[in-house]
Design a protein around this ligand. Structure first.
Ligand SMILES: Cc1cc2nc3c(=O)[nH]c(=O)nc-3n(C[C@H](O)[C@H](O)[C@H](O)COP(=O)(O)OP(=O)(O)OC[C@H]3O[C@@H](n4cnc5c(N)ncnc54)[C@H](O)[C@@H]3O)c2cc1C
Ligand SMILES: *[C@@H]1O[C@H](CO)[C@@H](O)[C@H](O)[C@H]1NC(C)=O
Ligand SMILES: *[C@@H]1O[C@H](CO)[C@@H](O)[C@H](O)[C@H]1NC(C)=O
Ligand SMILES: *[C@@H]1O[C@H](CO)[C@@H](O)[C@H](O)[C@H]1NC(C)=O
Ligand SMILES: *[C@@H]1O[C@H](CO)[C@@H](O)[C@H](O)[C@H]1NC(C)=O
Length: 584
């Protein structure tokens, strides 16, 4: 009995500590069970729940969660997520486990790997909270000019970002590798220093993060707590296969969806009669994929797969882009502490410079890793894209113990380009929503993208020569030689030999390209959806997520994706209710 009380007391103290360290944010505490409105998909009853929802939202991701929370303040919402719960999963919640989810390729993993036809290994989220559960956590807003170009209401945007920030965004405790980049950037002329800010401004800054100071991840799923629990039904392992349309009227109208639960049983969710809507927030791969399988897309593509055409639209799945990332490994005299992205240099040339460091404080190389550049998660930048495979990544993981731990002692400086201007497409390979469609990004097919990469590599070279970085790398010739010997096996890119030779840097850009996972497009505004994100030519259907972007917002997109979920929720409530939407 006594020990049980002690146990309860201990738990209470633990919870209290966690609460105290949380900077007073409203969120679900670490280790807490998932909230009661989150259920398994098999708890759904097609008959009893028929017609009881005003909104059916497909995809409980980075945009879907804030949108569902907001709409539930006034209406009944059903949120369907194909993945499981992030709560209680340390692979998701701990910063030092960032690379773990991405290594796990099993069907229950929160990350689903895919390889674009370009040969770059990539990842899609498959969990409640979406990309915010597996990403590097960096949080930074889009510029006012991006907001203008999107046609968004700047005031509502400026209310929606803080709505997210109050709940799940923190200022980082800046890690040594990140402050080295900050000082190096300033010395290399990427100035002024703009301090700690969410704003997108030229120069060098420290951005926000969804990791709290203890390294605990807060996610878009935590934003559901801002909804009205009685109005919110969230189903896990609910894989939507098809949108259901009423095709009797002048134009097709979305009336519900078909989904499979965790045991493979099919259900039909049907909207309440009237003004209800189906909203796709399934991400840049999921949303165009689902439109195609539901009969909205290029006619030839639909006919090829014998999908009944609901509405021809040649633009669905077109304009897919992924911002290329290229990086340089910088060996150091001493181990550097693990860090994901905290600092960014925003250049006027449209190149963003960031940094990351892995884990190297051990003589046991099996536990060492290269953070966001880990070869075992598919960042095989030492192999030309077309030769990369998931098997190569797994082989690397198996043979890691053969690498000296010095190969992990150092950090990366990386560059990502804005836009990009290069585009590709998404097409079907079968009719199964759970498998990946074929995706092509055509990295660097636009010459201006390549120019930006070259500029980025040259900027990194300047940073490398600054006294701040030189003091970390030093002149340890021996370890440098070991590393140069190892660099192929360890899959590391050093600075290209001839940085004054543009052609050789261009080749370096192409050969070492990996992803920073900011892929977007497939449902562009003006082509697939209108400025209110309504699917053109169809009633009762919207797409609200990264698939609508022509360019990736800010230096890193998640802030704007979450903002967009909140923003559109408020906008839709205001349009439907007027003043009655005040205070949501
Ligand atoms: C490894 C990684 C690191 C990143 N690092 C950063 C970073 O540091 N900073 C930053 O700003 N951005 C980062 N990003 C990018 C950012 O996380 C994504 O751009 C963003 O999360 C995309 O949001 P979304 O709402 O468009 O899609 P998602 O968040 O992917 O949401 C889509 C959701 O829909 C679900 N879904 C899909 N299809 C169906 C279906 N048929 N039925 C039911 N559910 C479905 C998915 O499971 C998923 O939960 C990173 C991304 C990754 C993958
Ligand atoms: C965490 O990842 C490891 C390695 O992939 C896996 O074995 C384990 O089951 C995962 N844990 C959870 C809770 O998913
Ligand atoms: C929104 O906030 C940003 C700063 O974060 C500011 O630059 C911009 O002018 C604001 N927009 C409006 C419409 O007030
Ligand atoms: C590098 O590799 C060469 C050839 O394999 C070997 O002779 C040399 O000793 C290695 N140098 C170091 C410092 O490990
Ligand atoms: C690049 O610079 C090196 C040394 O600074 C020089 O030897 C070489 O000729 C230069 N190459 C080109 C293409 O300018």
């Amino acid at each position: 009995m006594a020990s049980k009380n002690q146990h309860i007391l201990l738990q209470f103290v633990l919870l209290l500590c966690i609460f105290c360290s949380s900077q007073g944010k409203e969120f679900i505490k670490p280790g807490q069970r998932r909230p009661s409105y989150i259920k398994r998909a098999s708890s759904f009853s097609s008959a009893e729940e028929r017609g009881s929802y005003d909104y059916i939202i497909v995809g409980g991701g980075t945009a879907g969660c804030p949108l569902a929370a907001t709409l539930s303040r006034r209406f009944k919402v059903l949120l369907l997520e194909r993945g499981g719960s992030p709560y209680g999963n340390r692979n998701i919640s701990r910063l030092q486990n960032f690379h773990i989810s991405l290594t796990d390729t099993s069907p229950s993993s929160p990350s689903q790997p895919f390889i674009s036809t370009d040969g770059v290994i990539n990842a899609r989220a498959r969990v409640l909270g979406g990309g915010s559960c597996i990403n590097a956590g960096f949080y930074t807003r889009a510029s006012p000019s991006y907001v203008n170009a999107a046609g968004w209401d700047g005031n509502l945007v400026n209310e929606s970002y803080p709505w997210v920030e109050r709940r799940i965004v923190f200022w980082p405790k800046i890690a040594p590798w990140q402050s080295a980049l900050r000082d190096g950037l300033l010395e290399a002329g990427v100035s002024p220093f703009n301090g700690y800010t969410y704003d997108h401004v030229y120069g060098t800054k420290v951005g926000g993060t969804i990791f709290d100071p203890k390294g605990f991840r807060h996610t878009a799923a935590d934003l559901l707590a801002a909804g009205k629990p009685q109005n919110l039904r969230v189903l896990l392992h609910a894989t939507v296969q098809k949108i259901v349309f009423d095709t009797q009227g002048r134009r097709p109208k979305a009336v519900g969806v078909l989904f499979k639960d965790e045991s493979g049983r099919q259900h039909e969710a049907v909207l309440r009669d009237g003004a209800g809507e189906v909203i796709l927030t399934s991400g840049a791969i999921g949303s165009p994929h689902l439109l195609l399988l539901s009969g909205i897309g290029p006619e030839s593509e639909l006919e090829k797969w014998k999908i009944p055409v609901v509405l021809p639209n040649q633009h669905v799945g077109k304009g897919m882009s992924d911002n290329p990332m290229n990086s340089i490994f910088i060996p150091t005299k001493r181990p550097v502490r693990q860090s994901l992205i905290q600092t960014v240099g925003i250049t006027k040339m449209g190149t963003f410079i960031e940094a990351s460091s892995g884990f190297s404080q051990s003589s046991d190389s099996i536990r060492c890793h290269h953070g966001i550049m880990s070869a075992e998660i598919g960042q095989l930048s030492g192999i030309p894209p077309k030769e990369r495979t998931l098997e190569a990544a797994q082989k690397y993981a198996r043979n890691k113990q053969d690498l000296p731990w010095e190969a992990f002692r150092g950090g990366f400086i990386l560059e990502k380009i804005e836009g990009p201007l290069s585009t590709g497409e998404l097409t079907l390979v079968n009719k199964d929503i759970s498998s990946n469609p074929s995706v092509t990004f055509n990295y660097f097919s636009h010459p201006r993208d390549l120019k930006k990469c070259v500029y980025g590599i040259r900027t990194i070279e300047k940073v490398l020569r600054t006294k701040h970085i030189v003091s970390l790398t030093g002149d340890d010739e021996y370890s440098m030689k070991v590393l140069l010997n190892m660099s192929v096996k360890a899959n590391l890119n050093m600075i290209p030999k001839h940085t004054n030779d543009t052609a050789s840097i261009e080749q370096f850009c192409r050969d070492t390209v990996v992803t920073i996972w900011h892929y977007h497009g497939g449902c562009h505004v003006g082509k697939v959806v209108d400025r209110d994100y309504r699917v053109l030519g169809v009633a009762g259907l919207r797409v609200i997520d990264g698939s609508t972007f022509v360019n990736s917002p800010g230096t890193n997109p998640q802030a704007t994706v979450m903002m967009m979920g909140r923003y559109m929720g408020v906008k839709m409530l205001r349009e439907r209710l007027g003043r009655a939407a005040d205070g949501v």
